[in-house]
Design a protein around this ligand. Sequence first.
Ligand code: ARG
Length: 470
Amino acid sequence: MKAMWAGRFSKELSKELNDFNSSIPFDARMYRQDIEGSLAHAAMLAATGILSAAEGEAICSGLESILHDLDSGALRPDPSAEDIHMFVEAELTKRIGDAGKRLHTARSRNDQVALDLRLYLSAAIDETRALLIELLRVLLDQAETYASAILPGYTHLQRAQPVTFGHHLMAYAQMFTRDLDRLADCKKRMSVSPLGSCALAGTTFPIDRQMTAAALGFDGACGNSLDGVSDRDFVLELASCLAVLMMHLSRFSEEIVLWCSWEFRFVELDDAYATGSSIMPQKKNPDVAELVRGKTGRAYGNLMSLLTVMKGLPLAYNKDMQEDKEPIFDSVDTVRQCLTIFTPMLATMRVRTDRMRQAASAGFINATDCADYLTGKGLPFRTAYQITGALVARCIQEGTTLEALPLSVYREFSPCFDEDVYQAIDLDACVEKRRSYGGTAPASVQKQIASLRAQLGIAAGASEAKEVLA
Ligand code: ARG
């Protein structure tokens, strides 16, 4: 086997070394970006007179035909090639002859691979953001439908205070909006062209780096050629954004798993997004949510791998950096897969508002409101808190609730209690009153929905989410 760089080598390359060294099994997916980069490079070489116009044209039409054939499947990447860059170049020379050998003038695979990866991951960011917007669309519609559906809010997984389901969903909408912003921000820093950094030091040829950067849609060209070929911050940054996004999805998934349990039964997944057991006929399992939760480990692991690969690498390019692709591609693929299934699962989920309400009616989640009531009557909050605690203890002892306790008993604890205490601890009133900015009152939830819709440019009722009441 003879490599393209075999000039100074006297021995043939063994199959074992070739396989070990080769990245084509995983970098072939960047063929489009590789060819687009080469097209821009060849056009620049011709425009600056480094190549003749005829050579430039021959190279470009050869590259176009390779792209066409790879797209159609007529041409397949050669698995024995060293990488996608070598494969395309060899194929070009096969097709157009000697002119093909001039494409690599004033370029190295070091700037080529850095370029391809930036182009590929920029497109992946656009795709991920589009999927996130779909998820947000569904969340906003669901939040509107359930803006006043009451369920217990939890801290320490103990019933704490009543909240609305719309409010709960909007908390996730805020997280996913930050993910959206983080990805846009990451793309901004990724939008710098390394092409023309060459192997590491730039080139003696009169290239025009701004021209190739503009042709490829970058905001500009990187200012230091050593950095241009060595920098993988953009990979790390994206891996980190995706890890955070998966963390959000996994928290949501965990809640869905809990809500599907017989103990909660707050939601029921559509049959299309649940699975059964091979032995227990009664089972309907939330596998999708569990897998999303489980796959979060990949995104974390990939981030850790990438950080470790880059740690301590001297400038400039080192072959270690070939190990950047599989982890980041896996994170991109994992997030795509998860969002693609999570969104319709959410859109078709049956929400049991009756079960939520029932759970909210027990557990003294209106105790804070009772204390607030006494505070409103002039008692210091700490005193009101102690009186309410004693009342709750009494209720537990008698197996009753704050709502069912007669006024005479209330008065045993404080003369400040009056008939209006029942209104104060009414569940609907409890959420209704939490109108503080960002609070859980239905009116506040509607405001949150409107403002996020305006921020994201998402129209109301845009998703397929429908109200499915129990
Ligand atoms: N396949 C290589 C990679 O993915 C391309 C760059 C190779 N450069 C080199 N000097 N060997 O990193």
